[in-house]
Design a protein around this ligand. Structure first.
Ligand code: AQP
Length: 336
């Protein structure tokens, strides 16, 4: 008999620093779009954050900031389950089982680990290496069928599918779904403003390379003004941006912020120079981000309320996770 799975969305963001425009366009904005379409579970993945060192007080702040970002952007705790990962112990428990399902060869192919570890691979934490197996546990603990992510996380969702398939095969079941990554829209990979070959990250070296959700209007304008581009004006067609990664990035950001497509932006700005496009982009970004950042600041002033929402969400998440973990333990043969 083939198992049928209720359509369910799971995704998360790690509180490893302040939220960026990349997190907003590649993840949060799309999380909001899926709310109401099916059951949605959105997590602040604090267990993932500590794969690199986090100051404990800053981790707590960043966890509340991601939660505030979720709420301010339009996630509603009555419609979506919102919680932080460490409050539901099933994530870590299932991750251990998946550590024993996943193969070292699979992990060795993960490009994000190679990028993050760089030449320092001997000194990074074991957790950073095992991160994708915890991510598989996050998703499969809820039998999630859809995972909205940015392009950078695609390989990890593919690994989640491999883990589910191998578990199902090894334990002769069809217990875990084969999850779909959902990667769509013009901003699935927002790039660094100073180097169009690197993605915009919370933990990138310079603050000038990213737009933070809590940046004020002056900072946003300054960062776009100083963003690296080339001397050419915008072309007549999108094809003309082929070898111009920094220019393409700014056009994609404009498209995502204005809920349109990059070719529509090119039609509007064909032939325009940066002196025209960059201020228009900065105005648009401020217009879209300021109401969210104002609301984030307001929410972050009431820590107790954020903590209450996260706890309530964790209780709901646990109620879904516990039977999945119980059944997994039965399949594995754990006595209790
Ligand atoms: N630049 C980006 N463009 C599009 N999507 C992005 N995401 C992150 N950066 C971009 C998406 O945001 C979600 C949460 O990501 P995360 O914070 O959990 O992990 P990350 O991808 O490692 O993010 P950072 O900002 O690069 O964090 P640090 O610097 O701490 O490692 C994911 O869906 C991700 O695709």
């Amino acid at each position: 008999m083939t198992n049928t799975f209720t359509p369910r969305v799971f995704s998360g963001i790690k509180p490893s620093g302040g939220l960026t425009l990349g997190n907003y366009l590649g993840a949060i904005k799309r999380f909001v779009g899926m709310q109401g379409e099916m059951e949605t579970i959105y997590c602040v993945v604090d267990l993932h954050a500590i794969t690199v060192w986090q100051d404990p007080a800053e981790l707590a702040n960043a966890t509340r900031e991601v939660a505030a970002g979720y709420l301010a952007a339009g996630l509603d705790p009555e419609k979506s389950i919102l919680f932080n990962q460490s409050q539901v112990s099933g994530h870590a428990e299932l991750a251990w089982i998946f550590n024993c399902v996943a193969r070292v060869g699979w992990m060795n192919r993960m490009t994000q680990f190679k990028d993050k570890a760089g030449s320092n691979a001997e000194k990074v934490s074991l957790g950073l290496y095992a991160y994708p197996s915890l991510m598989a546990a996050d998703i499969l603990l809820y039998h999630a069928t859809h995972v909205p992510v940015g392009e950078d996380q695609k390989q990890h969702v593919e690994l989640t599918r491999d883990i589910a398939q191998k578990f199902n095969h090894d334990f002769k079941s069809d217990f875990f779904p084969i999850t779909q990554p959902v990667i769509d829209g013009p901003a699935t990979r927002v790039m660094n403003l100073r180097d169009g070959s690197k993605k915009m990250s919370k933990s990138g070296e310079s603050d000038m390379e990213r737009i933070n959700m809590l940046d004020d209007a002056d900072k946003i304008a300054k960062k776009f003004k100083k963003a690296k581009t080339d001397p050419e004006p915008l072309p007549e067609t999108l094809e003309g941006l082929k070898d111009r990664p920094e220019a393409r990035n700014l056009v994609d950001i404009y498209a995502a912020l204005s809920d349109t497509y990059s070719d529509a932006v090119i039609s509007e700005f064909a032939g325009a120079g940066w002196g025209k496009f960059k201020p228009a982009l900065a105005d648009l970004a401020v217009d879209r981000l300021a109401p969210i950042s104002d609301e984030m600041r307001r929410l972050m002033d009431d820590k107790a309320e954020i903590d209450r929402i996260l706890k309530q969400g964790a209780d709901k998440a646990r109620a879904i996770a516990e039977p999945v973990l119980e059944k997994t333990y039965d399949l594995v043969g754990f006595l209790r």
